[in-house]
Design a protein around this ligand. Structure first.
Ligand SMILES: Nc1nc2c(ncn2[C@@H]2O[C@H](COP(=O)(O)OP(=O)(O)OP(=O)(O)O)[C@@H](O)[C@H]2O)c(=O)[nH]1
Ligand SMILES: [Mg+2]
Length: 368
């Protein structure tokens, strides 16, 4: 039996099984099996390249952050790329116009954001339909997924895409579950928690670990609300990516004002029309907010910084990342930093290498 048939068999069994307290354990184990099979499915096939991206599919990373456009065919992904960058990606009224990935740069607030246009994906993409798996492999490398939807189409498109990404190990707008798993050579499975977990116990934790041939481990649960699915994700940690997502409904020009209003009220959702140039500026701003990039102005002693040319680092960066961005060897010569701005208690504040920086800080690095 092939992997796909095995997956189907487990899915059928899960659908057949009534969900209640008595079957909780059984269903939990089935979920663990399913995740393991899906992982096998994602393991690169011979001749497919390590990312599963296929030859020449992936575009090189560029700019300060990457946004991937994911959606069904003909929703307007290429139209959006052409609208906000100088790159042209062919747009047409037939499906699968775009057959490979195309990258362009959106310049915004002094930062460069790479926008990657991708072929449309369809249901069962994760199982290898169309170019789905290659597309999803690129999505995994993004700082933000822009899920492009068609305002004129039904509401299930969002759910189908979410399920495809989910089954490929991408978790949208979710942070890594607060569980630590340390695999050990001997000693059995030990479960510790700060307060008793509501949905996990020793039995299911050891049962799931056994499914992955792990017989000894220290498990520490720091959040009482973590679920069986969260724990399975932690076992498969290397294969799971937590990516931010914005949902954008294009073709707002083709639906009623009431429908636009309804869609715009959904969480993390915007509406736009590439054709009429509506909502594009709002979307750029929202992309910027979601990426939470940090602009820094570096200065030398006695000289004002150049406020037109910020250095851009990712959210949660410290002076360490600033040093690394300047020069590979910088942190070895680092003595202290002087900071003016939101991250400083007083200006300038003298800081060490682990000081977290804020957007629009002015930074002067003093070397040995
Ligand atoms: N009414 C309307 N049509 C649009 C809008 N944006 C794009 N279109 C049309 O939708 C069709 C598909 O646009 P594309 O940009 O090629 O769509 P895509 O998502 O890149 O499609 P694939 O590459 O096939 O996956 C084209 O005929 C566009 O002119 C819009 O805002 N309103
Ligand atoms: Mg396209």
């Amino acid at each position: 039996m092939g992997i796909l048939e095995k997956i189907q068999q487990i899915q059928d069994e899960m659908a057949r099984t009534q969900k209640n307290k008595a079957t909780e354990y059984h269903i939990g184990l089935l979920k663990g099996k399913l995740a393991k099979l899906r992982r096998e499915l994602l393991e690169p096939q011979p001749g497919q390249g390590s990312s599963g991206g296929g030859q020449g599919f992936e575009v090189a990373k560029a700019g300060d952050a990457r946004v991937a456009l994911i959606g069904f065919p003909s929703v307007g992904k290429s139209s959006f790329l052409s609208k906000v960058t100088n790159t042209r990606s062919e747009a047409a009224n037939y499906e699968f116009t775009t057959l490979t990935s195309v990258g362009g740069i959106l310049e915004y607030n002094g930062a460069e954001v790479q926008i990657v246009d991708l072929p449309g994906i369809i249901k069962a993409a994760a199982q290898g339909k169309g170019r789905g798996r290659q597309v999803i492999a690129v999505a995994r490398t993004a700082d933000l997924i822009l899920m492009v939807l068609d305002a004129t189409k039904g509401s299930d498109q969002r759910e189908i895409l979410e399920n495809e990404l989910e089954s490929m190990g991408i978790r949208l707008n979710k942070s890594r579950p607060n569980i630590s798993l340390k695999i050990k050579p001997t000693g059995g499975v030990k479960l510790n928690s700060l307060s008793p977990p509501k949905y996990l116990d020793e039995k299911i934790v050891s049962g799931l670990l056994k499914e992955y041939k792990i017989h000894s481990a220290d498990v520490l649960i720091r959040d009482e609300n973590v679920t069986i699915d969260d724990f399975i994700d932690i076992i498969n940690d290397k294969h799971i990516s937590y990516v931010k997502c914005l949902y954008v409904y294009n073709k707002a020009d083709a639906v009623s004002l009431e429908e636009c209003d309804r869609l715009a009220r959904l969480p993390d959702t915007l509406v736009m029309s590439c054709e009429l140039d509506l909502g594009i500026d709002e979307l750029k701003q929202e992309i910027w907010d979601k990426l939470a990039l940090i602009r820094l102005y570096t200065k030398r002693r006695g000289i004002l910084p150049n406020f037109d040319d910020p250095m851009v680092v990712r959210e949660n960066s410290t002076i360490q990342q600033v040093c690394d961005a300047i020069h590979r060897d910088m942190k070895n010569q680092f003595k202290y930093a002087l900071i003016w701005g939101a991250s400083a208690k007083h200006s300038p504040q003298k800081c060490g290498i682990n000081h977290p920086v804020c957007d629009e800080d002015v930074v002067q690095i003093v070397t040995k």
